[in-house]
Design a protein around this ligand. Sequence first.
Ligand SMILES: [Zn+2]
Length: 331
Amino acid sequence: MVDPNQYPTQRPMGAFRNDDVGVENPPSSSITRLPWIDIHQHGHTMSWGDRERFDLSGAEAAVFVAAAAHYAPYRPMHPEDVRFLWDDAIRRSHAIGRSHFFDPYVAIGIHTTGPKVDYEDLFDVLPEYAALDEVVALGETGISMTQYSEPMAIEDQKAVVREQMRVADDQDLPILVHTPSVTKAEPDEWLTGKTEEGHDLADPVLDPATAKLEATRMDVELMDEVGLADEQVVLDHAHPSMAEFVMEETGCYLAFSIGQWIRTTTVADVAGVIEEYGPERVIIDTDVAGMYQTQPFAMKRAMLDLVRAGVGEEEVRQVVYENPKGVLGLG
Ligand SMILES: [Zn+2]
């Protein structure tokens, strides 16, 4: 290195980002050119400008999850309301695909966080929807702790999740499994009551203190009952409190939804799980959506922060690109 005393500058200089001045592992710019695939988000409910931010930050593909029960009408919800959500996402994916650079795909699900619908009517048409080219996954669904507007009994939830797992098995598709939401980093601070967006949540049907793991175990039991392969199941909205069970007792993927950091997990949590269990079955998705405060740059920001947290670039590539690509079967 050039002797700093020989610089023509008048002001003192700090160390440059250079190995020979003792900076360990200076960040490489290559992470900024790494593409990503978001396996769970609701980009079709966001603005054009938000989706442009996906393009600007390196999106290669995104799965629009059409199961957002937050769009339930102010009246009893009917099967055709759920089909509207599916139809709308499929229709919008065509228009979005023409005006953006990333590839839009759709996941269709009967969610368990909305008002109960006559779900058997939806079971009749679910296989035909799942067979569409645009549809690459079932979900989101999964045993939930609480619902928007009115509670849904666990047995009803199990029937809904079980049938979607059956269709996933029949059609060799992955399923995105929603697990109960955490409001803060602490596992006892669960999403109940009135949310900051003003949604009213019904009384919990599971004990908030144990719901995360309890619901995850129920989902895995249903998977085993149906005979669905572990590697087709993405246990989503992950929290460190479920990592040991998922990584040691199942072969499922563990997906961290990082679009709303404050309500779920931190980069350090994700880095810790990658360090302990490796990146082979870890996925990062965003769950960004238009109905709440959301961060269109969440994925790219998480990638940079993971590198800052000491996670290797190849590992980051695996959790934001290779694993989602493999699970979705995108060639
Ligand atoms: Zn979601």
